[in-house]
Design a protein. Structure first.
Length: 510
């Protein structure tokens, strides 16, 4: 298993191409060997001159050592663990080797030449054999949007028998001008994606790896859902959680992704600064910060949370429910506002709730003590949710099967009866403005439906009439003259002249 990375010194550059060795923390003048749990990794430099430097990472895989220590109770125990193509074709084993042997470069660190970590280099990467069951075009689809020029050549099943056709292996050559850390991150994520399988058992930690090494490029990649599914080997639960987190990140910049995933208390600090009027976070910020803010408009996720925050605040609510709170992004924003005395987040996913709870614990004590998160299903009535001033269903209803939507309506509007309910959902008419979204396709693989503005209005008016709520509508995000805004929001306000009968149905008071 082999990968070579070549760096050519740009014209006029003062540094030699052999400075690649500083970035990789591997001396070009000698060969190095690294023991791995599945074999041995060798690092050597076939070429090292001032104008061009090439490093090779060669893996010698021991199939027996690879499965040593596993027993028949492990989920992936099979004869296939011993007889397979891993010693010969780039796969997740090579990704693991990149992270262990070139770990400092992958994370963008270089103590001796720190300026090089941010310098785009003229790179050429060659992989003699990569499993790619979708064919060469899939290599083009995943690497080309990242700035690579891709040459993917199919390998014959057997050169002695050309009539047998091509195998599902390709030779890949990538050329481009990128930071070395970005190039290694692309290999780390996309080699297992092309293969479609991994040599180890997956758990929820794989989602964190995907988001960490996909920071800055995965959220905007046109094939991000396909990449996510393949990277997580189609484990449905993991894929859904990963896509939900990517959707939440929306158009976030790389530094925002790092803050959300690696240090959630940064979110809390920003929200606290807004709530307390911190001059550095408000209009008193310096000119550089203002210019950067103007250049990059807020993402739709940020605009959506801000709109919901304003709508809930306008109702005068103090006790608020966030129904379908996910990982707690809205909870953090509400917690920073002293107008809300009690905030409860409800979600059916324990994994999402654990992340939300961890983020809440990192809040300042005056915010965290007002927030509670717990599990609950929104299609079942819960007496403990009754009597709150306001409830939020932010990007929730489209994830509910149409046959279960009436149950959600009864549980929220009929049983919980909050004083106000704020609902947001995608505007399907706006989908034509998204490049790469096929006609009739949904924005998210878990959406059960996406409504037009008329369909959402019909639903909202029916629910309001049935349960005694007046309703008004607001667009969220920039408004297109023809198709409206990307997100539509309805604000329900409860009429005082309604009471609940013993069947849970709403009726007008006599």
């Amino acid at each position: 298993m082999l990968v070579t990375i070549s760096c050519t010194r740009p014209v006029g550059a003062e540094w030699p191409a052999t400075d690649l060795g500083y970035l990789l923390h591997k001396n070009p003048s000698r060969r190095q060997t690294f023991e791995q749990s599945y074999g041995v990794a060798h690092v050597l430099y076939p070429e090292a001159s001032d104008d061009r430097c090439t490093v090779a990472l060669l893996l010698e895989i021991d199939p027996v050592q690879l499965v040593r220590g596993k027993h028949k109770g492990t989920p992936d125990f099979s004869l296939g663990q011993y007889v397979n193509d891993r010693p010969y074709a780039a796969s997740s084993l090579l990704s693991v080797a990149i992270s262990t042997v070139f770990g400092t470069a992958l994370h963008g660190r270089c103590a001796q030449r720190p300026e090089l970590t941010e310098t785009p280099l003229d790179l050429r990467i060659e992989l003699p054999a990569v499993p790619c069951k979708g064919g060469p075009e899939y290599a083009e689809r995943v690497f080309a949007p990242l700035g690579w020029t891709v040459v993917a050549t199919p390998l014959p099943l057997d050169p002695a028998f050309p009539e047998w056709g091509d195998s599902h292996y390709v030779r890949i050559e990538l050329t481009g001008t990128l930071r070395l850390a970005d190039a290694l991150a692309h290999l780390y994520v996309l080699l297992p994606v092309l293969d479609g399988s991994k040599h180890y058992w997956l758990d929820a930690a794989e989602i964190d790896k995907l988001l960490r090494f996909g920071a800055g490029w995965l959220t905007g990649h046109p094939e991000r859902e396909w990449i996510t599914r393949r990277y997580l080997t189609r484990r449905h639960t993991l894929v859904r959680a990963a896509l939900a987190r990517l959707a939440e990140l929306d158009d976030a910049a790389p530094e925002e992704l790092d803050a959300i995933e690696a240090d959630a208390d940064d979110d809390a600090a920003d929200a606290a600064a807004e709530a307390t009027g911190d001059a550095a976070a408000g209009s008193g910020g310096d000119a550089t910060e203002s210019a950067e803010t103007e250049e990059r408009a807020p993402s739709l996720a940020v605009l959506r949370r801000a709109a919901v925050h304003r709508a809930v605040l306008a109702t005068g609510a103090s006790r608020v429910l966030d129904l379908g709170c996910g990982q707690g992004a809205l909870l953090l924003e509400l917690a920073a506002d002293r107008a809300f005395g009690e905030i409860v987040g409800i979600d059916v996913s324990m994994r999402e709730l654990k992340i939300a709870a961890r983020r809440v614990r990192r809040l300042p004590e005056w915010q965290a003590r007002r927030v509670t998160v717990r599990q609950g299903a929104l299609t079942y009535t819960d007496a403990s949710l009754k009597g709150y001033d306001a409830a939020v269903l932010m990007e929730v209803i489209e994830h509910v099967d149409a046959t279960r939507l009436r149950a959600l309506e009864q549980a929220v509007f009929g049983a919980a009866t909050p004083g106000a309910v704020v609902v947001t959902t995608p505007n399907s008419e706006f989908n034509v403005r998204y490049d790469g979204l096929a006609a009739g396709a949904f924005r998210h693989s878990d959406h059960r439906f996406e409504w037009t503005r008329a369909e959402f209005a019909d639903w909202a008016h029916r629910v309001g009439a049935a349960y005694g709520y007046a309703v008004r509508f607001e667009p969220v995000g920039p408004v297109d003259a023809e198709v409206g805004a990307s997100t539509q929001m309805a604000v329900f306000t409860r009429n005082n002249g309604f009471t609940e009968n013993h069947d849970g149905d709403e009726k007008g008071a006599a």
